[in-house]
Ligand binder design. Structure first.
Ligand SMILES: Cc1cc2nc3c(=O)[nH]c(=O)nc-3n(C[C@H](O)[C@H](O)[C@H](O)COP(=O)(O)OP(=O)(O)OC[C@H]3O[C@@H](n4cnc5c(N)ncnc54)[C@H](O)[C@@H]3O)c2cc1C
Length: 390
């Protein structure tokens, strides 16, 4: 079979789905080609945190421009993204207190609801959490988490209603070019023609880029997650927390569970993106339980409900690569480095603007060019914390 469309999007994770939705809204008729089923990659394993606290202004702007989607999902997209407002706390160790203050000021300047809170406020906001008297945190009262698979399904359903063609169960095997321009892709049995092809293949993005002769610095990042059932009577539901002092994050999952994962000990390398994601690293459950108990002592009597792993594409500065690269008509939308769920709505709209109108106006995508690596311009926060994953 041979089919022609306005754009081909390779990968139906949250970013492929968001891009399809925003291209379709601009009157384009894209085709998304997914080798498995939608949300089969990082998206289906994502912890789904929705917060705006970043140490890099362009990341914070992307998260903030995305936030209104999560908050007002039925009106903007339709369907349900499963957004649950829990409030969000960013705790940092004392060495980063001044940077935390500066980042909150930056967030407030761009309109993000974020407040500096002290130990007394923290004890009121999250009675289950133990903090020292000198603790400070950023508090985002509006933030929380969403359901990444439901979010992707809702974007896809709206995109399809506007004419997007979704092909599942077919892997792109080759990208065709003519005189320096992309002309389409092949799967095992079919040919698809388009003058725009977008690599939104998550941990597989490097292999797709190689199909047009591009080497991109995207490795595989593997991340383990646990669900702990809190003991009955252990107090109120806690907010969503990034706890830099203990190198972990956690959030409620429903009323009884806490999802928890670690910022350290994540495997990063050139291993296969096809590895199974059912198992976690040896000793992970013990490490995570010990860390969570340090911050929420009542969870010492909790029980392990389950664990899983997931894999995303990661770049050397742990920031995405978005924009044109290689042959004309080829775009990268990848390297989301373990934090790309919450920014997907705004990345989709900005890249759709770039493709259709030649310029991203909602949030500028210039910082995310592939060229920054060759030019030695790694993206670093203005008031930088450590790299998130270590
Ligand atoms: C365990 C875990 C927890 C996370 N927690 C958070 C969080 O709390 N908050 C947050 O903001 N982010 C989080 N992230 C990161 C976020 O989930 C990812 O950045 C985001 O989901 C990436 O989406 P994507 O669409 O780029 O990639 P993916 O979801 O990986 O989608 C890529 C798709 O491409 C397909 N594909 C690959 N090769 C081909 C081919 N040849 N042909 C066709 N299709 C192909 C794959 O099957 C896959 O479905 C987490 C990630 C993981 C793994």
């Amino acid at each position: 079979m041979a089919a022609t469309s306005d754009a081909i999007i390779i990968g139906a994770g949250i970013h492929g789905a968001s891009l399809a939705f925003h291209l379709a809204r601009r009157g384009m008729r894209p085709t998304i080609i997914e080798r498995g089923t939608f949300a089969a990659g990082a998206t289906g394993r994502s912890s789904g945190l929705v917060r705006m606290h970043y140490d890099l202004e362009s990341d914070a702007r992307l998260a903030w421009a995305s936030f209104r989607y999560f908050r007002d999902w039925p009106e903007i997209v339709g369907g349900d993204c499963g957004f649950t407002r829990t409030g969000f706390l960013q705790l940092v160790r004392p060495a980063f207190h001044e940077r935390l203050r500066a980042n909150i000021e930056m967030h407030q300047r761009i309109g993000i609801p974020s407040l500096l809170v002290h130990a007394d406020d923290l004890r009121r906001l999250a009675p289950a959490i133990e903090v020292g008297d000198d603790a400070i945190a950023a508090f985002e009262p509006e933030s929380g988490y969403a359901d990444p698979t439901a979010t992707t399904a809702a974007f896809l359903s709206a995109a399809r209603a506007m004419g997007t063609h979704l092909v599942q169960g077919h892997a792109v095997t080759d990208i065709t070019t003519r005189r320096g321009r992309v002309t389409g892709v092949h799967t095992a049995g079919d040919t698809y023609s388009a003058s725009v092809v977008v690599d939104v293949a998550g941990a597989w993005a490097g292999g797709i880029a190689r199909m047009v002769g591009l080497e991109i610095p995207v490795q595989v990042w593997r991340h383990d997650v646990a669900y702990i059932r809190r003991p009955r009577g252990s107090g109120t539901i806690h907010p969503t927390v990034i706890d830099d002092a203990n190198s972990m994050y956690f959030r409620p999952e429903g009323r009884e569970l806490t999802l928890v994962a670690l910022e350290d000990g994540n495997e990063i390398g050139d291993f296969s993106p096809d590895r199974e994601t059912a198992s976690t690293a040896a000793g992970f459950a013990e490490r995570v339980a010990e860390r969570l108990t340090r911050r929420m002592p009542s969870t010492a009597d909790g029980t392990l409900h389950g664990t899983h792993s997931g894999q995303d594409g990661i770049t050397p500065d742990q920031r995405a690569i978005i924009g044109p690269a290689g042959p004309e008509g080829f775009y990268l939308d990848c390297g989301f480095s373990g934090t790309g769920f919450k920014t997907a709505p705004a990345v989709g709209i900005a890249l759709a603007e770039l493709i259709c109108e030649g310029r991203s106006s909602t949030v500028g995508l210039e910082p995310y060019s592939l060229a920054r690596f060759a030019e030695g311009r790694h993206l670093v926060g203005e008031y930088a914390y450590e790299a998130i994953w270590r």
